[in-house]
Design a protein. Structure first.
Length: 202
């Protein structure tokens, strides 16, 4: 029986920051071209959804990332990783005092606890109202499990495709702990896994 997935709407704030990060990385002209090739008809001259209440749909986000991977080839992974990192910075800059406070608290904690706080904060931003994103400690590693995995909606690939999420995780960890961590996507829904799984080596 074929898998039934929900074409959910991503959290609006996260959508805006991802688009802003793409604008910084590839510029307005190229991004508009990618948007058109991805068939996102809601795009307009005023950057459509960026200042509105509604975010990208999962199918729109996944098609946009697919177009970028096709256009940039082997350079796409690094580019999209940087997009995730930039998006996290934008997200924190526009966040409320509660989120800011978590970053300060994380730096006062032991590294493992600070890292977990970072992932829990990111998972909350990724979940929105209808997402399924969780954090787990297995042996000595932390895992972020993204069962919603918007980036893989209707996508098939041999390699993991969630480079922006890896960048988001890396930036969130540095924000909360002041340290750099090795982050790897070890399972991806685009490759047939039940969820996208990201391992953080502590």
């Amino acid at each position: 029986m074929p898998e039934v997935r929900v074409n959910r709407t991503l959290p609006a704030q996260l959508s805006r920051q991802l688009i802003r990060a793409l604008l910084k990385e590839i510029g307005d002209y190229t991004l508009r071209g990618m948007i058109q090739r991805a068939g996102i008809t809601r795009w307009d001259e005023k950057l459509g959804w960026m200042d509105g209440a509604e975010g990208l749909r999962a199918d729109e986000y996944a098609r946009l990332l697919a177009q970028i991977r096709e256009y940039y080839g082997t350079g796409a992974r690094g580019l999209l990783n940087r997009v995730g990192r930039i998006a996290w910075g934008e997200l924190i800059q526009d966040s409320d005092v509660r989120i800011w406070g978590k970053g300060w608290v994380g730096r006062l904690m032991p590294h493992q606890r600070g890292a977990r706080l970072a992932l829990e904060t990111l998972a909350e931003q990724m979940r929105g109202l209808k997402g399924d994103v969780s954090v787990h400690l297995l042996d000595i590693d932390l895992y972020l499990i993204d069962s919603t995995s918007d980036a893989t909606y209707e996508q098939k690939a041999e390699e993991p495709v969630c480079a922006p999420t890896v960048g988001l995780i890396q930036a969130a960890l540095t924000w909360s702990t002041g340290m750099a961590y090795d982050v790897e996507e070890v399972a991806c829904r685009a490759s047939g896994a039940e969820a996208c799984k990201f391992r953080v080596r502590l």
